[in-house]
Structures are given as structure tokens and as C-alpha cells.
Design a binder for this molecule. Sequence first.
Ligand SMILES: [Cu+2]
Length: 112
Amino acid sequence: MRLSSKADSALVQAESPAAQHVEIHEMVMENDVMKMRQIPRLALPAGQAVELKPGGYHIMLIDLKTQVHEGNHVPMTLTFESPDGKRETVNIEAPVRPLASGSPSGGHHHKH
Ligand SMILES: [Cu+2]
């Protein structure tokens, strides 16, 4: 999934009725191991598309309320914040992707 904005903005929150918790994650290389960690905001520079995908920035669904499978779409509400602090929410249908295989927490309750 790609996010882009005409003006500088940042993704600051994601919510979905499909999961208890929704976090914005990035992948980082730590001691030659790819790890994911939560980030408080994902910057969207004006006119520059930011790609969300396994292995990069992604939105993590934690404690799923319903089973979701790859190829499904889940409803999601994204909150964006502009540099002046104004917030705007956008409802989307996000495509579900599994965690990359071989990652330390592969499988179980986590879906992207
Ligand atoms: Cu993640």
C-alpha cells in the first residue's frame, strides 16, 4: 500500500475494528538481524509516495478479533497530522500481508 500527500503530513495513528491494537512499525537492521519496532509517526513529505510493505514500513494488527488471511482487506482508519497540528482521518481498506517468513515473531497473531 502506498501513502502520499500533497502537503507535508505524517501518519500518527491507525485503528481497525479487526484488531485490539494497531501499531505503525518500521524494520531496522540490528546486529545483522532485521527487527521491527514501533514508531510514533511516519512522515509523509509533500508529493512523495511512501510505500508500506513487509520488510519496510507497515501497519501491524495485534490481537486480531477475527481471522484474516493474505489477500483479505481490512477496514482501517488512518489519522494524519499536518505540520500545524491539524488532524484528519481517512478510512481505507488495507490489504493483508503475512509477516515475512523467517522473522523472529513469524506467524501467530501478527498480520500486516
Ligand atoms: Cu510489525
